[in-house]
Design a protein around this ligand. Structure first.
Ligand code: FPP
Length: 247
């Protein structure tokens, strides 16, 4: 029996962010090379995207490649870049059929030209879709993003288009790559690691954190439902007391 029946359709998180971890260990556990894990991780990406859209999640952000991932063996980096190209090519029609818009955050300029062009093409082709927004974090790290924002704001102050008194939390948020995206309500990390690994550090200030031991390629519909149910049992107080929330 599916866990779906236990989900309250009126309390679906607007934005779910996921650290997809454990592809390499999944492959090793199956006696295969790490890249085999990434290939199987694509199935979990497809399945999670479909199920999130069906439930009415408005934004799904997936940590597909971090700034630090550039330090992996070149063969693995190349394999991932090729996998992105193949996956985006294959999945663009599915995104369109499901009215899903693709967008990306991160230092896309570092991606190989062919990979960047594929993403840009898919972003263009899905730009008019009005359903869920799928955000891929590519060559992304929160410290990179915050550093860029600080540089931009400093330049605005230096050229006189901003003054110091104007710079509040909202101003900083509007200078991040996520400026058009609400903060995540729920952050999921697979593979049993209890870390944030430089992901959306500013944006997750009040996100509910959910960790599962499952490796990413094993994460399926039921795993996603379980995370949503867990989220729905949390009380989000945003610094207030329970009594204040009841009023
Ligand atoms: C982390 O597992 C996973 C990645 C660095 C890559 C994730 C990418 C995909 C699943 C492909 C998705 C494709 C698109 C287009 C979004 P790991 O290698 O760090 O695993 P480990 O911790 O077990 O070594």
């Amino acid at each position: 029996m599916s866990l779906k029946q236990y989900i309250d359709p009126n309390r679906i998180p607007e934005h779910v962010a996921i650290i997809m971890d454990g592809n390499g260990r999944w492959a090793q556990a199956h006696g295969e090379q790490r890249v085999f894990g990434h290939h199987n991780g694509v199935h979990a990406v497809h399945c999670t995207t479909q199920v999130a859209a069906e439930l009415g999640v408005k934004y799904l952000t997936l940590y597909a490649f971090s700034t630090e991932n550039w330090n992996r063996p070149q063969a693995e980096v190349d394999a991932l870049m090729n996998l992105f190209v193949d996956t985006i090519e294959r999945e663009t029609p599915t995104l369109c059929e499901n009215n899903i818009r693709l967008t990306a955050i991160g230092d896309l300029a570092r991606l190989p030209e062919r990979t960047r062009e594929k993403f840009e093409e898919c972003i263009r082709r899905t730009a008019q879709n009005t359903g869920m927004t799928l955000v891929l974090a590519l060559s992304y790290s929160a410290r990179w993003e915050i550093t860029q924002a600080v540089r931009n704001i400093a330049a605005q102050v230096a050229e006189g288009t901003a003054n110091l008194n104007q710079i509040d939390e909202g101003y900083v948020s509007r200078n991040l790559t996520t400026k058009d995206i609400p903060d995540p309500d729920l952050l999921i990390r697979t593979s049993g690691e209890l870390r944030i690994s430089n992901f959306l550090l500013w944006q997750i200030a009040y996100a509910e954190l959910y960790f599962t031991d499952q490796y990413w390629p094993d994460f399926d519909e039921e795993s996603f439902y379980k995370a949503i149910i867990d989220y729905q049992h949390r009380e989000r107080r945003f610094g207030k007391t329970s009594e204040q929330l009841a009023k």
